[in-house]
Design a protein around this ligand. Structure first.
Ligand code: CP3
Length: 373
């Protein structure tokens, strides 16, 4: 089921796109921009096609996935599609009882809290991923030379839902477990790394040109706890696709790594094996760049391309205010060896989509500077 050759074909056809060029650290013809949660409830056409279909059910309908992934690309002219799915889809495909409750988020039938709970977790069969591979192939076919970004949830963020059984604010469950019962924590995080790695791999071999690991809730950890209890598990998820990765290689897929509130340990996100790092709204891109340079990794890498970081709270502010902010973000990103413009987190559902289209037009109208060598 694993056809690395097809990766190369589709990655070749998107190699000169603005997104992949920026992630290679070269100068694209325009600033690449996409939005986390660009597909979804901000779009009336999304609400229409989802009517009467459960969120996770919709993720297992390849033609619907293709359509929903394409909607924001058609409407906004963004520089990439983000595969329409969810971080808990691999759990569902492994046979775990999980639902996405509207307005709440992922809820599990049985939280995973003990060594026995972890030992009883089913493995994810490769054949269960056929539906994902089919949906990616269909989508890539329609996107043509525009890249598709695949993604997966990072082990900590997945485990946060699994241990709590539902969304939580402080993530005490997984944070307690890593200290109280490190063996069970490591078994759970290894399981999550395995299914996320499989999910990423299915998307890349079917034609995704880049991939992002979402560690949305990693910001609830200290840098020390991230380093000691989490980083190697995220590294294992990246390791599952390392033979397909590498922004410098033709057909090599760049790997993005993003978490909210992770400004204190962006270098740890980089060193988990990412080619580029996402930044939230709490620090400027110039400051993120400075911190990465000041903390080179064991492989000697300091600066890497950055992604971000338009504050989604400013969508809906008067246009002059939003425009000034977007221009500041783009100017700040010039410090890094490459910059992919994005929001600092997902598109809020109440966003007026015409505002997003206007933001894309603005970003595309700004000249791309020469990069410092
Ligand atoms: O455009 C895209 O980004 C589409 C693909 C996508 C979705 N979820 C679709 C979705 C991606 C990349 C995700 C990732 C995801 N899912 C993350 C990481 C990114 C982040 O937001 O931090 C997380 C933490 C989840 C878990 C999850 N799924 C939550 C918290 C929710 C929101 C629940 C709600 O109703 O507010 C979901 C549901 C979800 N995933 C929706 C979409 C479009 C909304 C559900 C709907 O439209 O009915």
């Amino acid at each position: 089921a694993d056809h690395p050759l097809r990766t190369t074909e589709s990655a070749r056809s998107t190699a000169d796109s603005a997104l992949i060029t920026a992630l290679r650290g070269a100068r694209p013809e325009r600033h690449p921009v996409w939005f986390m949660r660009q597909a979804g409830r901000s779009l009336p056409e999304y609400k229409k096609v989802r009517e009467g279909i459960g969120m996770l059910d919709s993720c297992l309908m390849p033609d619907l996935v293709r359509e929903i992934t394409m909607q924001p690309v058609r409407r906004h002219d963004v520089d990439a599609g983000i595969f329409f799915s969810d971080i808990v889809v691999p759990l569902r495909l492994a046979g775990i009882g999980v639902e996405i409750v509207p307005g709440v988020g992922p809820v599990l039938d049985h939280p995973v809290r003990t060594a026995a709970d972890v030992a009883a977790l089913p493995e994810l069969e490769d054949s269960a991923l056929d539906v994902i591979r089919e949906a990616v192939s269909l989508t890539v076919g329609e996107l043509g030379s525009r890249p598709l970004i695949g993604f997966a949830g990072a082990p900590f963020t997945l485990a946060a839902y699994m241990v709590e059984g539902r969304p939580s604010r402080d993530h005490f469950g997984p944070r307690r477990m890593m200290h109280a019962d490190p063996e069970t924590w490591n078994a759970l995080a290894s399981w999550a790394a395995r299914v996320s790695g499989q999910f990423l791999r299915a998307q890349i071999v079917s034609g995704a040109s880049a991939a992002q690991l979402f560690d949305s809730w990693a910001g609830s950890l200290s840098a020390a706890d991230y380093r000691a209890h989490v980083q190697r598990h995220s590294a294992a998820a990246f390791e599952a696709v390392a033979d397909l990765a590498g922004p410098g290689v033709v057909g090599g897929v760049p790997l993005l790594h993003f978490g909210i509130g992770t400004g204190d340990f962006l270098h740890h996100l980089r060193d988990a094996g990412a080619s580029a790092v996402g930044v939230d709204h709490r620090l400027t891109l110039a400051e993120a760049h400075r911190r990465l340079c000041a903390n080179p990794g064991p492989d000697g890498r300091g600066a890497v391309p950055l992604q971000g970081n338009i504050d989604p709270a400013l969508l809906g502010a008067p246009w002059e205010v939003l425009e000034a902010h977007v221009r500041e973000v783009v100017a700040s990103g010039a410090a890094a060896p490459g910059h992919v413009v994005n929001l600092a987190h997902g598109v809020p559902p109440e966003t007026d989509p015409t505002e997003l289209t206007r933001v894309v037009e603005l970003i595309h109208s700004i000249d791309v500077p020469e990069r410092p060598a």
